[in-house]
Design a binder for this molecule. Structure first.
Ligand SMILES: [Zn+2]
Length: 315
């Protein structure tokens, strides 16, 4: 593995919600893989080995009662989580644990210096899940688990999470709302599901100022989202100085999405990626681990993912 971009492409992650009529569908995985292949990225970039997260790793961000309840809901064929609007099939708990575990291997690759950065084509998404509640298509908060894992395993102090999904990452915000070591930056459409993410939600106590939300109305795009990243996030990072940058890469903020009404283009995702990489280069030794969140218009998801990974790999 040379010191470049690596990919987590774990075909088992396709199998969540097979046979269900749902926007968060297996074909999303195929679209991302196809997009990377058509851009010539699949063959040129190295791979991260898949694995499942252990229960101890899931417990970095989730409560024991939630792990028990969610496993029970999935295995007993309810078809959805009792805690919120997340559809499941009998394999979903195992697959969500595998999505998280693959991302942890990506953290290992990047933090150990084997790879420069990583993109993980994971599903289900994670950013709506908080410590005790899966919701919004999410079971486990993969990006949050990755942040805590990097801190515990490698002694990394400050982690930046950039979330450009069209929805607010309420679960991620919640998990780190009182934790000044993880900076959560989110741009999102508002009003929209899940209804959180007002600009005045900025963190609690010691963590005041390490949550920053940029809600924008339907129809917003490059000017607003890239503007927030360049004019607000970059200056804020002078003080925070992250040692690792994680991206909740939702592409439902792309123009044409079925669930969002933002107008970001593929080249806007290139520029957003470069902005995050610039911050990582400046403070974090270039370390970026990015993971898929939303994105429901399949042709757009394919193109936006490819633009994102192309920017990460600087090919
Ligand atoms: Zn979303």
């Amino acid at each position: 593995m040379d010191k470049n971009t690596v990919l987590l492409i774990d075909p088992i992650l396709r199998e969540h919600l097979v046979g269900r009529d749902h926007p968060e569908r297996p074909e999303r995985f195929d679209a991302v893989v196809q997009g990377l292949q058509e851009a010539g990225l699949l063959e040129r970039l190295g791979r991260v080995d898949p694995r499942a997260a252990t229960e101890d790793e899931l417990l970095l961000c989730h409560t024991p009662p939630y792990l028990r309840q969610s496993k029970h809901d999935v295995l007993h064929g309810n078809g959805f989580l009792s805690t919120g609007d997340t559809d499941v099939t009998p394999n979903s708990w195992e697959i969500a644990a595998r999505a998280a575990g693959g991302v942890l291997n990506a953290v290992d690759a990047v933090v150990s210096g084997e790879a420069r950065n990583a993109f993980c084509a994971v599903r289900p998404p994670g950013h709506h899940a908080n410590a005790g509640r899966g919701m919004g298509f999410c079971l486990f908060n993969t990006v949050a688990i990755a942040a805590r894992y990097a801190q515990r395993k490698y002694g990394i102090g400050r982690v930046l999470i950039v979330d450009w999904d069209v929805h607010h990452g309420n679960g991620t915000q919640d998990i780190f709302y009182s934790d000044p070591s993880v900076f959560f930056f989110s741009t999102h459409q508002w009003p929209l599901y899940p209804g959180t993410g007002r600009a005045d939600e900025t963190g609690d106590g010691d963590a005041e100022g390490t949550t920053r939300n940029f809600p924008f109305p339907a129809g917003s795009g490059r000017k607003e989202v890239l503007g927030a990243a360049q004019n607000s996030l970059e200056p804020l990072m002078k003080r925070f100085r992250p040692e690792l940058v994680l991206i909740s890469a939702g592409f439902d903020s792309r123009t044409g999405d079925l669930l969002g009404r933002f107008t970001l283009t593929d080249s806007d995702f290139t520029d957003l990626t470069r902005t995050a990489m610039g911050i990582a280069d400046q403070y974090a030794g270039g370390r970026v681990v990015s993971m898929l969140e939303g994105g429901y218009y399949l042709p757009g998801l394919a193109l936006a993912s490819a633009a994102h990974v192309q920017a990460l790999s600087q090919i």
